[in-house]
Design a protein around this ligand. Sequence first.
Ligand SMILES: NC(=O)C[C@H](N)C(=O)O
Length: 326
Amino acid sequence: MTLPRLRLIATGGTIAGVADSADLASAYRAAALGPDALRAAVPALAQVARIDTETAAAIDSKNATPTFWQHLAGRVQAAADDPEVDGVVVTHGTDTLEESAYYLQLVLKSDKPVVFVGAMRPATSLSADGPLNLLNAVRVAARADAGGRGVLVALNHLVHGAGEAAKADTLRPDSFVSQPAGPLGLVQDDRVVWLARTERAHTMATPFRADSPLRPVDILPSYPGVSPMWVQAAVASGAAGIVWAGTGNGSVPAAIEPALAAAAAKGIAVIRAARVGGYVMPRADDAAHGFVAAGRLSPFKARVLAMLALGAGWRGERLREAFERF
Ligand SMILES: NC(=O)C[C@H](N)C(=O)O
């Protein structure tokens, strides 16, 4: 039996991190190892797939930017377009993996498996989680039936959808969760078990591409006593959209509502998301204020969708529908 051919695209992160000693799990240099070293650390990969490697970046993902998303999407798209490649695995820092994976889910034009993987401990750690996470990500990407499910995120034996994957802990190896729905699958030894499929349009079913324009969108959190000054600052700095990371069901304090409504009246998209996990339901007065509910998307993912949707010129009803479709 010939093994599937995968492209391993490295971007850095803790999975490629190196510390001065094996007992250090927090003090390390992220993005110190290249993809060949990551592959060499896991000899079992050779039984699962034929893997060639590529370096798209070597960054701590806290430093990711929208320009980085576009660059990475171009590299993954090129790999997926290569007839010699059956699937793609992207190694990525966990800090902003959830944004990069969702961005790629919205812009990639491929049905081949694309799986993001990271780690919470550096490669030199006594109990590094990267090698097994990488093996599991490769096990997922090597399966033809992993294609057409949108971009996947494999960490700590779970397979998350890019629309739901979220980092939920600063240190623990089981840091990643799916919000608001559960994981799409799990991996244990050589078994990949599918649990669910996303209902949302992705990859081939979106109008976006890696070179689609992005418009600037800011995220503002709600908290007791928050000042409308932040809304005014976002407007003054030229934001095309504001994601309000509201309390509860994306609620807006009375002291902020006039500033957000004034921004919306100026044509700035205002998206109500939630600073807690969960689905943000539309409210009867959203239309009157010019607000849009983020639905299932976290503030960080709502921003990614808003940047693309505003880049496509979507406003009003079209923008509202996007948060139900993607
Ligand atoms: N666990 C990690 O990968 C965190 C690291 N700071 C990064 O996002 O690149």
